[in-house]
Design a protein. Structure first.
Length: 91
């Protein structure tokens, strides 16, 4: 599934850790935005990390699941990468 994850984290240390953690899952398309092609287990890991490592009273994380039909409608202006659904098989 394609997931768009955005975050606003107030503490610089937590911000750096979140950024480093998210590099494992997707492409950093803007400063606090990641686009990820992940499975349900990876999404669960991200949610668990957010619950345990962030300050819910001060920080904000938004996760948007994007359907394949909507991915075809994504428009890009300026520099950047456009994420597409990947065709792959786990062997």
């Amino acid at each position: 599934m394609i997931v768009l994850l955005t975050y606003d984290i107030t503490d610089p240390k937590r911000l750096r850790r979140m950024h480093g953690f998210m590099k494992e899952f997707g492409i950093n398309t803007q400063k606090s935005v990641f686009e990820c092609d992940i499975d349900a287990m990876a999404l669960k890991r991200i949610r668990t990390y957010c619950t345990s490592e962030l300050d819910i009273g001060q920080d904000s994380v938004r996760i948007y699941k994007i359907c394949s039909g909507c991915m075809k409608k994504v428009e890009l202006s300026g520099q950047g990468l456009k994420i597409t659904l990947l065709d792959y098989a786990v062997i």
